[in-house]
Design a binder for this molecule. Sequence first.
Ligand code: SF4
Length: 248
Amino acid sequence: MNNSSANLIELFSSIQGEGVFVGRRQVFLRFPGCNLDCNYCDTKHDPPEFCTIELTPGERDFRQFRNPVSLATIFDLLTSWKKSAPYLHHSLSITGGEPLLHSGLLSEWLPVLRSVFPIFLETNGILSEQLVKIIDNVDMVSMDIKLPSTSGHSDLWGKHLEFLKIAATKQCYVKVVVGAKTGADEIGEASRLIASIDGGIPLIIQPVTNQINDQGIGAHLLLLHQTATVFLKDVRVIPQTHTMLNIL
Ligand code: SF4
């Protein structure tokens, strides 16, 4: 397999359910594989034999394409979507897994795909060397800061800092997934890290989906929000909304 084709998980049109672009219609291109194993992860990682591709935006007329799928196939489909409905999609979400595991391929694909839609990168925010390779062809970055209490990863602060320095050269925001056990000290550390680069970068506090109805979670989210606003100007609490709407 060369870079003209790639093992992919899925391509479909939907509504962004997280972060500052919540509610925007996007095309989602999902890559396999991840370099982390977060406790709350609900994403398929393994490259499947077939990639699931929606043929018409919103119709859910999925077809199975044998992997690897060519860039030409993806480009032709996106071009036809753009032609038939120029204002339907805000951007193309490059997501995973961790899409930066495919940075070599993305450095060739993104200039082509960006000629159709602006590029929105969704990443776990630690592979800074890989980000450097593609940042010129990325328009927006959603990066995570992994908190020990929810992700189970405790040693990523330095990597997140290096990553954010590069991501901040584009429109970007940071997302932290929180739960009932997330301490104000963790939110404080994440907020200080962001503020050391730019106190205007938005921070999205996203409660773990299976805890949003727990008693006391509302008061806890208020505390975490208040803690972050000591350091940052734009802090928002936004749960995953696509699960509420029962859409992909
Ligand atoms: S970084 Fe994302 S895809 Fe990877 S394990 Fe964590 S939640 Fe799952």
